[in-house]
Design a protein around this ligand. Sequence first.
Ligand SMILES: Cc1cc2nc3c(=O)[nH]c(=O)nc-3n(C[C@H](O)[C@H](O)[C@H](O)COP(=O)(O)O)c2cc1C
Length: 214
Amino acid sequence: MDFTDQRLSYEKGELDQNDIPASPLELLKTWMSQALEQKVQEPYAMSLATCGTDMKPSVRIVLLREITDTGIIFYTNYESAKGEDIKENPNAEVLFFWHELERQVRISGAIAKIAADKSAAYFQKRPHDSQVGAWVSEPQSGEVVNRAVMEERFEQLKTDYPENVQVPTPKFWGGYEITIEKIEFWQGRANRMHDRIVYTKGDDADWSTKRLLP
Ligand SMILES: Cc1cc2nc3c(=O)[nH]c(=O)nc-3n(C[C@H](O)[C@H](O)[C@H](O)COP(=O)(O)O)c2cc1C
């Protein structure tokens, strides 16, 4: 397949360095609100890149669950392949692409587990069957011989934990927060003249910004 004749002109918006908030978290929240208003499907789905000591990057989608004052939180299985990478190397990068807005946001920073009680509070808010499903994935990213084995495990767990019984929060499951150190906002423009503004956190915790060539 050849896609070399396929191209779009991006003309939906612009990003002016003189017209952005001092904190990138404010801009991230504004862009996320606009993505929700524009009915972007799952705008909180983000590609998460990690890299363990084998130096081979891995990328997968996870769901952003919270923007805090310092960063972003998602939930996963701590014993998954990504969990192993993070144990070895606590640097991560995430990427959002909102085609409907012709925008990309790229965030990098140090990643760390959030407090266990906060993870448990979120786990207990999830639908009952999703809670059961989290127990099936032990360990997430481990090999399973076939789907039937997974389904049997799911049904057994549903018998052990019927709807009226609380599913315990697995020790191997919880949130990670990426503390934002650098964040780039990309707005597509015509003729490849895209706007790219990057915020970097200085030693004094203040943010500096610069425009990058597209
Ligand atoms: C739309 C979408 C949302 C997802 N959300 C999550 C999530 O929030 N947490 C998670 O652990 N995996 C999520 N996944 C599955 C991951 O992409 C991945 O398959 C899984 O976490 C195992 O990754 P790993 O083997 O690299 O650890 C999602 C996948 C998709 C396509």
